[in-house]
Design a protein around this ligand. Structure first.
Ligand code: C2E
Ligand code: CA
Ligand code: CA
Length: 640
């Protein structure tokens, strides 16, 4: 009986450390924490059985009697339950409960190893076919045992694949660590089968549980460091799971007003103490509710539907905020806005719920300090519409159905079209044609404009190259770029790379920029524009004379072309004073030696007058609307 239990002892020590670590910190009472502890308990029982078994075999040889046999069968059942628990642990984590699972295959593949395990273990209890007791070797596993090993490997793999597919809250690094330890244990299980005397499998499992503790079960990651309420990522995980399980619950979102002021006036340490006090107060409000830190100065309280009287809670919170929050040094009055959201009524997926939370906080803030809003009273229509448009943009980018149309620009001196403006077009199956005036601001808000802008620019460059615009009257194409794009660090390099790919000369491109309030750093914008300018790319200042326009841009950035906004142009024909303004604006711009495009030219009268006062280029429906590339190429052939 050459069994060595040193590894088993080490494994017990490791598990002891994990348990000690676990209970020394705050226990986060959620299902996967319970499951994690269950895995440790199961593994400890398996190790103790194993040690007991060895002692029995040493003292009694193979005549260990029915009690010994029962112990072996029990040991096998416990040991092989562990990978199944691991699989379930991963499933629970993903929030995709298998009871409510809508994915039939995931469901079948989940239950397959469990049923097989029950069958193999059950049969062993009756027939003892998984091992034999050998007078010389002691306990020897038979080849039938391989079936259980395969089930174990399968379960671990299922858990890992599930984790990769569904657990998006885990970083790639953490997932890789868990994955590696899973592979490690599976490898151990297989080699163990051939090397029965070295009992290292439990050691490997204990190490894996330790790794799992460190990367995934660490309360430090689940709780917010300062306030000790659950972190934002835990909120994500728990709400996702509750939604999947079709639970109904309410969220009360507290967003403290002007908390920056507290930090600034009393210092961050005092600010932290205040936040901690608010968090602890929220935790006392309900017995089973959960409190999360949602943002720096925002908390979410989740309560089960009908568990508490919402009005009573709201009154309680408002009453509490009528009194100061006191630390050793200061006593401060805080104020908070409160938003109440019901799930699934106001948002039935995690993504929509988060959108509704943000939206309701925003509308509470606009209503003023201390206000209370209910999502059910809000017009969520605008929010939903925006989300639908976001989806449409994403889909169009994935399917490459974004189109670019071209609107010719007439040169009054050469009396032909010498340029055109590229205008993006988005058509969605459900929403129909969506105006860029609507979807570009949305894409700017969520950052999609970066990818979209690059796509548009590439399409324009391809068009210039394919249609050989060099050989026509068209000298350059004007491309609209958002300031969000212009403020990117790699903006210049990206454009240059695309132009080189299609062998486009810098003077074949003109970039249109609109002055907006969104520019928070004129210096980066300026730097990028100047870099491109020095490479020979020209710039137009778009929508000149419309809403947000100061002369700052005109003075600080190197624009060659100014585009007069169509409203300014139209006004000039309706109103005498506006007419005078336009005339002198054109005069001033001419003095500044920039070329002028008048937009929105719709009539012959406008065309004549604008040419008369000195506009260099005219653009508008009088000439042509924006048309698809091919149509535009034909138009240029015909007019050139
Ligand atoms: P914009 O740059 O001022 O573009 C001119 C808009 O006026 C275009 O609307 C054009 O179709 C329209 N237009 C041109 N001539 C006339 C006319 O005679 N009468 C009338 N009523 N309208 C005329 P569109 O294509 O809907 O684009 C709206 C805005 O969306 C653009 O205003 C621009 O700010 C933005 N946009 C369009 N394409 C892009 C793009 O590729 N990238 C970026 N970042 N923004 C774009
Ligand atoms: Ca434009
Ligand atoms: Ca414009």
């Amino acid at each position: 009986m050459g069994w060595n239990i040193d590894f088993e002892i080490c494994a017990l020590i490791i598990l002891g450390v994990v348990v000690a670590l676990h209970i020394s910190k705050q226990y986060v009472s959620i299902r996967r924490s319970h499951l994690f502890l269950a895995m440790i308990a199961v593994e400890c029982v398996a190790i103790l059985c194993n040690i007991g078994l060895r002692q029995m075999l040493i003292y009694h040889g193979i005549s260990i009697g029915t009690a010994g046999i029962a112990l072996i069968d029990f040991y096998i059942a416990v040991q092989y339950a562990l990978p199944l628990l691991f699989m379930y642990y991963m499933v629970v984590w993903s929030g995709k409960s298998m009871i409510y699972s809508h994915n039939r295959w995931a469901f079948i593949l989940f239950w397959l190893p469990i049923v097989s395990y029950a069958f193999v273990v059950g049969r062993n209890v009756v027939e003892q076919n998984l091992y034999r007791l050998d007078a010389k070797l002691g306990y020897v596993e038979t080849s039938a045992m391989m079936a259980l090993n395969w089930i174990a490997i399968y379960a671990v793999m299922y858990g890992l694949v599930y984790a990769v597919v569904y657990i998006r809250i885990l970083s790639f690094e953490r997932l890789s660590v868990i994955g590696l330890s899973g592979v490690f244990v599976a490898f151990g299980a297989v080699t163990q089968y051939y090397m029965t005397s070295a009992m290292y499998i439990d050691f490997l499992i204990a190490v894996t549980l330790l790794v799992l503790y460190l990367v995934a079960q660490n309360p430090a990651d689940m709780l917010d460091g300062n306030t000790k309420v659950m972190s934002r990522s835990m909120m994500d995980e728990i709400l996702r799971r509750d939604i999947e399980a079709q639970k109904t619950f309410e969220l009360i979102v507290l967003a403290l007003d002007d908390f920056k002021f507290v930090n600034k006036t009393f210092g961050v340490t005092t600010g932290d103490i205040m936040l901690m006090q608010v968090a602890h107060y929220l935790m006392t409000l309900t017995r089973r509710g959960r409190v999360y830190r949602y943002g720096a100065d925002q908390f979410v309280l989740q309560v089960r539907h009908n568990e508490v009287d919402m009005n009573a809670i709201l009154d309680h919170i408002q009453e509490r905020f009528r009194h100061p929050w006191i630390t050793e040094e200061v006593s401060v009055m805080l104020s908070t806005t409160i938003s109440c959201i019901a799930c699934p009524e106001d948002g039935s997926t995690m993504e929509t719920l988060v959108d509704v939370i943000d939206y309701s906080v925003l509308s509470a803030k606009t209503q003023g300090k201390g206000s209370v809003v209910f999502a059910r009273d809000m017009d969520l229509h605008a929010l939903r519409k925006e989300k639908a448009i976001e989806k449409a943009i994403e889909l169009a980018m994935d399917r490459d159905t974004i189109e670019v149309y071209y609107q010719p620009i007439y040169n009054t001196e050469k009396q032909c079209y010498t340029s055109a403006e590229a205008l993006v077009r988005l058509n969605d199956e459900m929403l129909g044609n969506i105006s860029p005036e609507i979807f570009i601001p949305i894409a700017e808000k969520n950052g999609m404009i970066l990818k979209l802008g690059t796509m548009i620019f590439e399409k324009v460059c391809r068009f210039i190259a394919e249609q050989n615009l060099k050989d026509t009257t068209i000298e350059y194409i004007e491309v609209n770029v958002s300031v969000v794009q212009c403020m990117q660090q790699n903006f210049v390099e990206e454009l240059i790379e695309i132009m080189e790919e299609y062998e486009i000369e810098p003077n074949q491109i003109n970039l249109e920029v609109t002055e907006t309030a969104a520019v928070n750093s004129l210096s980066v914008l300026q730097e990028n524009i100047e870099k491109l300018h020095s490479k020979g790319i020209s710039f137009s200042l778009d929508d000149y004379g419309s809403g947000y326009s100061t002369l700052g841009y005109l003075h600080q950035l190197p624009f060659q072309i100014i585009k007069l906004d169509k409203l300014m142009v139209w006004d000039a024909f309706e109103n005498e004073r506006a007419g005078i303004t336009l005339k002198f604006t054109v005069g001033m711009l001419k003095e500044l030696k920039v070329r002028i495009v008048a937009e929105g030219v719709e009539t012959q009268e406008q065309q004549k007058h604008l040419t008369g006062i000195g506009c260099d280029y005219l653009q508008g429906w009088y000439y042509s609307k924006a048309i698809p590339g091919e149509e535009f190429a034909q138009l240029i052939q015909a007019t050139g």
